[in-house]
Ligand binder design. Sequence first.
Ligand code: SIN
Length: 280
Amino acid sequence: MREALRIEPLAARCGAEIHGVDIAGCVDETLLRRLREALARFGVIVLRGQVLSPEQHLAFAERWGPVNVNRFFPRVPGHPSIAEVRKEPDDERNIGNDWHTDHSYDQVPALGSMLLAREVPHSGGDTLFASMYAACDDLSDGLRETLKRLRAVHSSRHVFGAEAARDDPATRFANPELATQDAVHPVLIRHPDSGRAALYVNPVFTVRFDGWSVEESRGLLDYLYAQGARAEHQCRVRWQPDTLAIWDNRATWHRAPNDYPGQRRVMHRITLEGVALPGI
Ligand code: SIN
């Protein structure tokens, strides 16, 4: 008999581990709805012990909606819809070391990702998440009123584009010629599923406020980044092989600290299409 669904928060304001789910076994519509609700509420949900083939991983992802194939990440051989997040023992750099929200440079940013741990280091290699609901809730009424009227420009060029590739010849990213996207989104968004307000700027892809210069934007953006990354907004996911984490890009940031030198870490990531983001 299947274990009853049990939701255990990972931290006060972000993340939950969900017990009693067997993706390879049976996920009916009721369970899928409860997982969607938990994702919108906690921002990241963690399911342990999910022994999945790439085909099963993809089939589960497709039940949430269309898959968004990342243009820059290496692909899992034979599975073009699955991105590979790999660090080899002799690689100096990893992917995603700084706080970010995937795909915020797209006109219609991705909903989120499903990251499945294939091989994890003996120590280190965790992923940190931060709640952008909490970051928004903690702003003063005055600053929130100001931010309500602002939009921000997000770009992929400086991360995945030709110059970035030239500066980092060992990069694992591909297709620098496709890094031409800039997108403008509200600084405070209304989450499409939960209806909650969330902060939607991030240190990696946001370049300035719309209509402001980079220099003018820097001070306020840095203030918001410091707010977003406050310890009480965060949770930590410690990986084991076959752990699946699903995160919502509209409700969280994440970062993967590069703290496991000399060890391999291999993760399979499937990213889900999102919807245009409304302001609050
Ligand atoms: C990512 O930023 O998508 C990768 C996160 C991770 O490797 O933990």
